[in-house]
Design a protein around this ligand. Sequence first.
Ligand code: SPQ
Length: 424
Amino acid sequence: MIIKPIETIKGTLSVPGDKSISHRAIMLGAISEGITEISGFLMGDDCLSTVDCFRKLGIKIEISENKVFVHGKGLMGLSAPSTILDVGNSGTTIRLLTGILAGQNFSSSITGDASIQKRPMLRVVNPLRKMGAEIEGIEGGNYCPLHIKGKNLNGIHYKLPVASAQVKSAILLASLYSKGKTIIIEPKSSRDHTEIMINYFGGNILKNKNEIISSPVKKLIGQQVEVPGDISSAAYFIAAALILPNSELLIQNVGINPTRSGIITVFKQMGGDIQLINERIQSGEAVADIFVRSSKLKGIEIKGDIIPKLIDEIPVIAATACYADGVTIIKDAAELKVKESNRIKTMSSELRKMGAQITETDDGMIIQGTSQLMGTTVESYNDHRVAMSLAIAALRANKETKIQNSECVNISFPNFFSLLSMFE
Ligand code: SPQ
């Protein structure tokens, strides 16, 4: 994909549905009783992998133009798949689904693409084994393919070693199949869509400071779920409007769940002119329209509790920080090393090719702002967030930028380049 510099970005747009919420709506719909009707579902490759896995588990899922209908069969209604389940590139699918499969009365195997085969799984396998799960995989279960023999599970008391919504969610989904309560202690709070949606479907999850308590329920009931626009996708356009002169952009219907909206806090701290309008609650989730104007940004330090609330936005923060005055320091973000690519390495090396001054650290990056980057050829490493963040950096470069392997944007934002081209 060739990205040409643009002068300004003005107008109104909406971004596709939230990826995390779309996955969870399929999963919870499948194990609930009755039909779950999903609007705003993200038709990206990752969420379609979740659909494919649940179809292989015997669930009827109908996709119409703008709705998805999941014909739930109840907690014990899944059936043994006749082939290996393939999650493609989706870490969320493999980790959350492993939690569900651990409590079934059948065996199954699950795998994914080359990137998924390198992502650590022991973080979910270990707590699930403590609950009584029988899971085998490469290197003691750290890498997929994973082979899961369904078992009767017991609730656990578990302190998460890393702040990870995927690990928390795998345990919570397994807790739906467990005897007794499950208590999870989070080191820092991470996205809570699973907790919100389990309760929305009739489950019993309580939060008490950093403790999440799940009590078993007899059944979940299918619901209507309206998926809001994904703040991680909106982040690219917020960043574009901030860095391009004379911009004014309204992004409609974006999820602003406080465990996801760290990007708004950070961009405001950098001097960003961002307003939330028409705040409301939709299917249990906070939603708003976001109005952004171009702003003179300054470098800041980003670390600590806010990191899990913006973990997927760090690549676009790095791209934006290149155009801020002064230095931006990102710390406590070592988790970036185990995403679709090592995002500390890939973002640093590609932005450096564009002339950015970036130092990689063990848990983040140090970025010295500049007024302009140089258009050149960069690589996405098949990481959707890297491809889109580099595209944003390229909008204010001195000449066009070629992004190699850019089709990976289909993972989370299939119409990203066509939306961007509206502003050329
Ligand atoms: O699904 P996947 O591939 O893990 O997706 C990513 C992303 O950038 O889209 C991470 F690479 O988002 C994760 C996120 O980083 C989605 C997620 C979720 O839906 O629960 C939680 C975060 O991961 P983690 O490891 O911190 O729990």
